[in-house]
Write a protein that binds this ligand. Sequence first.
Ligand SMILES: C[S@@+](CC[C@H](N)C(=O)[O-])C[C@H]1O[C@@H](n2cnc3c(N)ncnc32)[C@H](O)[C@@H]1O
Length: 478
Amino acid sequence: MREALADDLRAALQAADFTHDRVVEVLGTTAQAGLARNETTPGLRATRGGSRLETLIRLWLLQTVITREAADLALPGLVDRLVNAGFLIQSVGEVAARIDIRPYAADDLDLWVASDLTPGLDGAPNLVSPDFVLGVSSASTSLAQMTIRDQVGTALDLGTGCGVQSLHLAAHAQHVVATDVNPRALRLARFNAQLNEVDIDVRDGSYFEPVVDEAFDLIVTNPPFVISPATGERLVYRDSGLPGDRVVEHIVSASPAHLNPGGIAQVLANWMILKDRPWAERVGEWVSGCDAFVVQREVVDLPTYVELWLKDAGLHGAPDYHDRYDTWLSWFDDQGVEAVGFGWINLRRNDTEPTLRFDDWPYEVEQPIGAELAAQLRRLRPVDLTGQRLTTRSDVLQETIGPVGAEDPSQIVIRQQRGMRRARQVSTAEAALVGACDGDLSIDQIQSALEDLGVGRVADEVVDALVADGFLVNEETS
Ligand SMILES: C[S@@+](CC[C@H](N)C(=O)[O-])C[C@H]1O[C@@H](n2cnc3c(N)ncnc32)[C@H](O)[C@@H]1O
């Protein structure tokens, strides 16, 4: 059902110039940074002018009580309707926000996103209700930046929350399905779709249940992946209700059945690292019928992990804080867990001979990284290099290190400036081979020339690795 409210609100937000760039301009970098630390005072000082834009910033981003008069000026004819819809609350002569609405800009999109209010501003307790609907978080942004933005027919956003991934997907997928189990999230996702004038097919249900017989070209998900003992207590935006990392296992193993041939699934995930097993072996067991490129971006020790999520739930300092902390760590002990891995699981359906690659890569990468992940998935297939005329990727630079004044460097490193920003220490022969790959000569011709010059041949495995890591490319792998 279309809500006229969303259409009318959009018109008011446009009229007030409530865009990402204007908000950043009004707040300035210091107040903006303060807000990122949940501090509103610098923002309040920057928004004293009384313009409609400043009123909206105070109402939503700074969660200030504003006068009814100011609210009516900024949102003409909308205040009562927003109160009735539960977006605002009013008392005599004053109005405050119950739902956050803020501009969001990414991928050349200028959007607005409605979600629950940011908890814990200015040191207030960080308490959230079990059906809290998260706004655009750092995890949402990570997933949005890793998403492969090729044009596709159908896309699924599993666990849509406020619908932020779907808003992105709508720009490059003909049909977007968004699912969630939280009725408040479903309502906000529908509202946000309408507010931003995009069609999203929002469906109620757990995991793949709402799409049981359907397959997609692209699945993206930032699931409720927090690894905890599953005590029954649950913040639905982060806890799946399943023990350990079963939620990720379930999504990864169920995805292939919901992918069209060649379709891609991208999952932001946490996984348990067990004491006696390499993480990749465990995560690899969940993958079937797909090529996989899995990147472990971070490894977190258990106390840090437990503290992070207890604080996120507003439980730091609670009377039972120690008990909860201790119980969680004991549960990790019982499971044989040593640490928690955070990372990206990228799958591409391949019914023939899937190739899996697992990287530990905690270093900075280019953002958005989606296009590089697509290229990396293409590069998983072994390439027959016979007769191939490869090119050195244009962003690869050589660094040489050695004693001052020495004629020859003691180390040569080739480093990508873009994509995963991989670096590799190479021999003189390897550097010469990479330098010679300009698309004119085949690899075999370059190898013969290196032999003739007395530099020596580069091992085939090294050439394969240079191709697999994207230092050397052809049309298919770039
Ligand atoms: C971490 S939030 C992600 C929200 C949003 N997609 C984003 O990227 O910011 C996880 C979402 O999964 C939803 N969720 C929890 N359990 C689910 C389930 N069993 N099936 C589908 N969605 C679920 C939550 O309600 C929440 O909206």
